[in-house]
Write a new protein. Sequence first.
Length: 93
Amino acid sequence: MSETVSDRKARMELQQARAAGTAPPAMDVSSGKMINPHNPEFITKKPWYLTEGGDGGPTLDHQADQRREEDKRVISMSEADQLVRQERERTRR
């Protein structure tokens, strides 16, 4: 489906009005929270390969960490330094 010139112009005018504060900001379709009007479209629009059956509207869900909780591992700076040292030693051999 292609966008007409008038549709594109209306979308750009709405974006400019939102950035200027004269139009209400876009709302996240998942959480219902306001989306900062200064966020560029490529941040708030889901990529085509993540949309399932069409664009559901502006959201920031695809920007969140998509890993499962058990896959998330937080390490301290000293642990990270130790891992770097180990990797350097391993690659020197």
